[in-house]
Design a protein around this ligand. Sequence first.
Ligand SMILES: [Zn+2]
Length: 436
Amino acid sequence: MTQIIDLSVHQEHIPVGIRRNLCLNTGKEQYTFYFDLVDCFDIPEPQVLDGFVYGIIFLAMQIRQPLRVHGALSRSAIFNLTEYQSVWACWLPERYKIVEIIPDAIIELSNPNPDRAIAAFSGGIDSTFTAIRHSKRLLGPASYPLDTVLLVHGFDVPLSKEDSFIKLCQRIRPLIDELGLEFKVIRTNLKEASGQNWEDSHGAQLAASLHNFSHAFRYALIGSTDPYNYMCYPWGSSPITDHLLSGDQMRIVHDGAAYSRTDKLAVIAFFPTALKTLKVCWEGPDPEHNCGRCEKCLRTLLNFFALDIDHPPCFDNALKLENIYTIQIRNQTQFYELESIYQHLERREPTEKVLKTKFALDAILKSYKAKQLADEFGQLNRLTQDIKDIAPAFRSKRNTLFKILAQIDTPWLFHEGFKEYIKLKLKHYLKPYPNA
Ligand SMILES: [Zn+2]
């Protein structure tokens, strides 16, 4: 008999507001995830459980069991959940499988909510840009009617770091007040207790938090990460998937993807308070400050430098040229971001500092590319070695095999052959693996 995951939600009053418990029973394990809606004392029980399902959908897709929802889902959430899962099963089929969602009822809701928008807010560049451009109505009638921002405790700041969270609130509050926005806080153990891959699931977990306010807001904004012209995926929040986290009551909007981080800072730079409150660093030792040394801080300093802002007030010190060489690019998103900074610098007057910065950027970009190539060669080497060890006869059949493959997929074979050629050429220079 197929095991089923049971999902139910219970709401209760707690001293600081309202707690919503999301209970999951997989047959083998039981989980309870909570959402504390701080300083909210008068919130109705959720009419549909759309957001709670989004919150654990990656867990369900990993467990690979049908999900029974003890409550209703909205009509559009049912459509979206199927498509959302399809995207992830297509991107990462070994990690995620589409599961059947079985709600008690499917309700068609004509959106009864007032024309209001809430935005996820962390104090970083993306969410600050979104908060500014909609609250200041920079898009005219196309601005969303933003009047509230939501900060989640348990995502960027761990639940155990209560002091850090209070300091973050104090830091960002002047901007929120200046923009005339209401400030809401949710505390949740969802990220910490569910164990869902954060890079994959952060958009869904953020949407789950926002859906707790789906009784009052028609729109929920999530600031974009990658711009349309430099998109990386799979990634947990993108224009491809975020809109699929919507339900009948609340539409999730992925906001700002036509802008790079430098473009966003060019807008933020007109708001002096925002330049002071920006908080981009989650690695530094002091939670109150941007450390100025980690990859994200250095990348942000470079974003500012591309705009000819040498020492932004959210940092204690200006960008030091030698620190650029310490940047360790960890993924394609960071690579694209630094590459776009380089392109911005090409449009600046070529002063000595601009030229030296470009030189340093070029060096770390090339070093990342070289590492990627080395990894690829390493994999090829290991593969070749495996084949040699396991089936020596296979190598003698190689030419026959290549002839067959050439008939099936010539471009692929050409690509593989070219890699092999480059590998042989570089064999004497790159020896990072024992088999090389
Ligand atoms: Zn930092």
